[in-house]
Design a protein around this ligand. Structure first.
Ligand SMILES: *Cc1c(COP(=O)(O)O)cnc(C)c1O
Length: 355
């Protein structure tokens, strides 16, 4: 059997509805981020069925897939646009996140040529050191953007806990709100959106300490049910919307220490081993071409020992059921595993729940 990713659309819909409700109570609109599901139209529909009205994607290919499937909800582009793709960006997306004037000017021209008005959110780097203008450049950017005829500035945004691991706080998101007020004064008009981050901002929502931002862009919390500063479960959310199954192709008792001199493993790493004596080991037809093994959680009683391109080695000595070659083990997925499994052409997808 090919590795199989089971996708529970009912649970994704329920998570979307739960988070939409939680955020709505604080005046926050949720954009449903589909990128970790590779712009899967059924996953996107489950988010919309849960009550979200806006979807967000990082790739043009995924946005095209959503549109080709007949999804008409407004789309936001998450990754900074490449100026050379401006024409496609304004055709596919109502709104994009931006931090470079060259790209914004390219979007302005493309929107003008297409007879459109394109919305942008200006990203401000609050210290995570991924995208965003440094705050001292704010005035200049807003002034330049205000000159562009086919661009409408919706407001400011930020992204945290992605590169630098910086945790959203009342203090740093409070600064975003201050910058937003300043941008409104320069732009000379109210700006409706303060886009205050991703699933890592949810602990502030839950604690009731979120500054007055108006939008969150949520992916992982909808798909996997966790916030992303410490991967704590969101109360009431499903943690098992996705499950990855793979088949046992070898099952044998073997020593836990390799026999012979140890060099490098298949990926140039230096493997380390603990001697636990003779153990029962299963090899599964699942590897790095399918998934990120480090981001898998095995079933109780099983322990992942390692992986190569096509093999996952699992200690099943303590597995509670009898096992045989041809049996299937099911794993829970973290973000890295989900992203890889959704992207891998070797992993089959199976949906359950209402479409
Ligand atoms: C991926 C992404 C998100 C969603 O992040 P999650 O942690 O999955 O909620 C939000 N904003 C931007 C800019 C992103 O790239």
């Amino acid at each position: 059997m090919q590795p199989k990713l089971s996708i529970d659309l009912d649970k994704i819909r329920a998570n979307a509805a739960l988070l939409a409700q939680l955020c709505r109570q604080r005046g926050v609109v949720v954009a449903g981020v589909t990128k970790a599901a590779c712009g899967d139209p059924l996953v996107a529909r489950a988010m919309l069925a849960g009550g979200l009205e806006l979807l967000a994607e990082s790739r043009l290919e995924n946005a095209r897939r959503l549109r080709a499937a007949g999804i008409t909800a407004p789309l936001m582009l998450l990754r900074l646009p490449m100026p050379g793709q401006a024409r496609e960006v304004v055709e596919l997306f109502q709104c994009s996140l931006n931090s470079e004037l060259a790209a914004i000017k390219a979007l302005n021209e493309a929107a003008g040529a297409a007879g459109l008005c394109h919305d942008i959110i200006l990203m401000v780097d609050l210290g995570d050191l991924r995208e965003g203008i440094w705050p001292d450049a704010l005035d200049e950017y807003v002034r330049e953007i205000a000159r562009l005829e086919h661009i409408r500035l919706l407001g400011l945004g930020t992204n945290l806990t992605c590169y630098g691991g910086v945790i959203p706080s009342p203090e740093n998101l409070g600064r975003l709100v201050q910058y937003h007020r300043r941008a409104e004064a320069i732009y000379g008009r109210p700006l409706p959106v303060i886009s205050g981050g991703n699933s890592s901002s949810l602990p502030l929502v839950l604690a009731g300490t979120l500054p007055p931002i108006t939008q969150l862009r949520l992916g992982e919390s909808i798909l996997l049910g966790r916030e992303t500063t410490a991967r704590q479960p969101i109360p009431g959310a499903h943690l098992d919307c996705f499950r990855l199954e793979a088949e046992i192709i070898e099952l044998k008792e073997k020593p836990s220490l390799p026999v012979g001199e140890i060099g490098q493993d298949a990926f140039g790493g230096a493997p380390v081993f603990v001697d636990k004596g003779i153990r029962r080991r299963a090899i599964l037809a699942l590897g790095r071409q399918d998934v990120v093994p480090e981001s898998l959680t095995p079933p109780p009683g099983a322990e992942i020992l390692g992986a190569s391109s096509d093999h996952l080695i699992v200690d099943v000595t303590d597995y509670p059921e009898p096992l045989a070659v041809g049996d299937v083990l099911a794993f829970n997925l973290g973000y890295g595993a989900l992203l890889a499994a959704m992207t891998s052409p070797y992993v089959g997808k199976e949906y359950c729940g209402e479409r």
